[in-house]
Design a protein around this ligand. Structure first.
Ligand code: 5AD
Ligand code: FES
Length: 349
């Protein structure tokens, strides 16, 4: 079998890609076949999870962070970022406004902000769950298992924590404040505690090759998260990686399509980062396996300060504008917007 034939065979049987096959998939040599891969993923998406595009509103409630992620614009290393932290009532007001727009599923995202205690966060979660009939996802980084348990008891439904890369050495290079083993342990804790877990990776990190992405795919397949969010690494000028090359949309769409094939019923977002490196990035993702969108519903005055990467879209579009924009985008593609809680209907393989 030639390279391409062997790849279609591996993908249709969901076998493990060899390092050479993974390298080939992410090389220029595969370019003539990429659209076919996307179409294959689109077909699996339609068959397995249907035409719904699930909406989750993101509230970026604090950009204060104690971590030193080398790629991130709000890392503690960036002394130029102007910092903010929202109160419980400011967060509730934000959710209330988005709830009026029809949102019933929210992601509360922040840096690892030592200014909130576990009790503070539990208070916020409990308050929101009491006031609103919504699904709540946390995206607040690494915490001890007991803290994750407390957040769950307070009402959190889901947790997003990207592994960023499955390669411990690559992980260590970009995350001097933590270890890969610790991050992996957090994901295990979250799973064991019964959260619906979201994970994911950065595509195009310096030093990451196709074979490494192939191992990421296997890592995610074994983790079997309910959701997987991926995006291109985008170099931020105020970080140590400012001069590096960023990830490409083609590599992201390829990884996304592979995820759809290997985790057929997962929630896979068309991420803001993909929309930020290509004006059609999110639409292309929705045609290559994605079935979730996560518009920003944060207060306008904080948007500028929450730039993990430069060129982020929607900075000047308020929640109402994005709500309309997303609806137009989704319906123009013949898909349907789903603003419900968006719980997964898990199949057993
Ligand atoms: N480019 C792209 N994505 C980034 N993230 C952080 N910094 C960047 C960047 N420079 C992503 C990480 C993190 C998520 C919240 O944002 O993958 O998990
Ligand atoms: Fe924000 Fe289109 S989604 S303007």
């Amino acid at each position: 079998m030639n390279d391409v034939e062997s790849i279609w065979h591996v993908l249709t049987t969901r076998a493990v890609l060899t390092p050479a096959q993974a390298d080939f998939l992410f090389s220029e040599g595969f370019d003539p076949h990429r659209e076919q891969l996307y179409a294959m993923a689109d077909e699996v998406r339609r068959r397995e999870v249907g035409d719904d595009v699930y909406l989750r509103g993101i509230v970026e409630f604090s950009n204060i962070c104690r971590c030193h992620c080398a790629y991130c614009g709000i890392s503690a290393l960036n002394a130029d970022a102007s910092r903010y932290r929202m109160t419980r009532d400011q967060i509730a007001e934000t959710i209330e406004a988005a709830h009026r727009l029809g949102y019933r599923s929210f992601v509360l995202q922040s840096g690892e902000d030592p200014g909130y205690t576990v009790d503070d966060l539990c208070g916020i979660i409990g308050h929101l769950k009491d006031r609103f009939d919504v699904a709540l996802t946390l995206s607040i980084g690494e915490w001890p298992r007991e803290a994750y348990a407390a957040f769950k008891a307070a009402g959190a439904d889901r947790f997003l924590l990207r592994i960023e890369t499955s390669d411990p050495a690559l992980y260590a290079r970009f995350h001097p404040h933590s270890t890969w083993e610790r991050r992996h342990r957090c994901l295990m804790d979250l799973k064991e505690l019964g959260y619906q877990v979201g994970s994911g990776i950065l595509v195009g990190l310096p030093g990451q090759d196709g074979a490494s992405l192939g191992r990421d795919l296997e890592y995610l397949r074994a983790l079997r998260p309910e959701m997987v969010g991926i995006g291109p690494f985008i170099p931020h000028p105020a970080t140590p990686l400012a001069a590096e090359k960023g990830g490409t949309l083609a590599a992201c769409l390829t990884f996304l399509a592979l995820l759809r094939l290997y985790l057929p019923d997962a929630f896979l977002p068309a991420t803001t980062a993909m929309g930020s490196i290509d004006p059609q990035g999110r639409q292309k993702a929705l045609r290559a396996g994605a079935n979730v969108m996560m518009p920003n519903v944060s207060p306008m005055e904080n948007r500028e300060s929450y730039q993990l990467y430069p060129g982020k879209i929607c900075l000047t579009d308020d929640a109402g504008a994005c709500r309309k924009c997303v609806e137009r985008m989704v319906t123009a593609m013949g898909r349907t917007l789903n603003t419900g809680h968006g719980h997964i209907r898990r199949k057993v393989f």
